[in-house]
Design a protein around this ligand. Structure first.
Ligand SMILES: [Zn+2]
Length: 301
């Protein structure tokens, strides 16, 4: 039993994820989380492409880097190389060379037309059913590895995974990062100026990474922003970003009424409140990364 548990943990920690430069494709992690959610819900180990295509596309759009197109068919096929997913052999899937993408993966049309389906091997699936704590551990590992903390809750909710039984353990990062960033920005939100304290303690002021820690963004002030909790989650969700000259750019995707306008939308075009000295300013490379990978383009005009 222990052997099988460690087998799952090993498989999940060895998930091979496409990487280039600072970019990582979260396709396989998202599909794996969807499979874990099915296991948690007691569903079958078999899954049709038709069932997963739309949910996965939506997750890629909401929690992956912004792209012109989203490809749920990639992980459905390529997750097979990771040892816990197998797509059922169908002639229609592989025979029609024209429909293949690259040498060995079928197109989205081929997956749809052949009503492709796949499965997690029965013995691995049963193990997940028997050991609910294992699902939680695996999901936690994936979520921590690919997304910043401010997104965990909404991501898990969108996937339908319940980790409530076991809190996500906050990874200990360089504690000086928070301190240095918040000090650099004079203990207030660089976007709205929020600087509440209760007694001597700051209330709701956080240090955000511009380039995510999960994508090798460093713990340096030049990669940090002091933000209030609201602007921290809005920034990590791509509701706004910064231009190279550090003006706030709000996404056209962000909607909402009076409070949202006042708190975020109306700030479009405003300059960021800079840190106390110029050598602490955000580095353009990190800002660029955020704009390309996190921001929900296009911005407002
Ligand atoms: Zn703020």
């Amino acid at each position: 039993m222990t052997e099988i548990i460690s087998k799952w943990e090993e498989l999940v920690s060895n998930l091979t994820v496409w990487k280039r430069g600072g970019q990582v494709a979260p396709h396989k992690p998202l599909l794996t989380l969807l499979l874990l959610a099915r296991a948690q819900a007691g569903a079958s180990n078999q899954m049709r492409y038709a069932e997963v295509e739309e949910p996965l596309r939506k997750l890629l759009r909401d929690f992956g880097p912004v792209r012109k197109a989203y490809h749920p068919e990639f992980p459905f096929w390529h997750l097979q190389s990771d040892g816990f997913w197998h797509v059922h052999e169908r002639e229609e899937l592989l025979v029609d060379g024209k429909r293949r993408l690259g040498s060995n993966s079928p197109t989205v049309m081929a997956l749809r037309d052949s009503d492709a389906s796949g499965e997690v091997p029965e013995f691995l699936w049963r193990q997940l059913g028997r050991e609910p704590g294992l699902i939680v551990r695996l999901a936690r590992r994936i979520v921590e590895q690919f997304w910043p903390e401010s997104l965990h809750e909404s991501l898990l909710q969108s996937i339908g995974l319940d980790l409530a039984t076991e809190q996500i353990v906050r990874k200990k990062r360089d504690p000086r990062f928070r301190e240095r960033v918040i000090r650099a920005y004079e203990r207030r939100c660089a976007v709205c100026g929020f600087d509440a304290r209760i007694g001597d303690a700051l209330l709701g002021i956080e240090a955000a990474h511009i380039k995510w820690h999960q994508y090798a963004g460093p713990d340096t002030v030049a990669n940090g922003l002091a933000l209030c909790s609201l602007h921290h989650s809005a920034f990590d969700r791509g509701a706004f970003t910064l231009s190279d000259d550090l003006h706030i750019q709000v996404s056209q995707d962000l909607t909402g009424h009076d409070m949202v306008r006042r708190m975020i939308t109306d700030l479009h075009g405003n300059p960021l409140t800079p840190p106390q000295s110029a050598d602490l300013l955000p580095e353009t490379g990190f800002v660029n990364w955020h704009r390309k990978n996190v921001f929900r383009a296009p911005g407002r005009s």
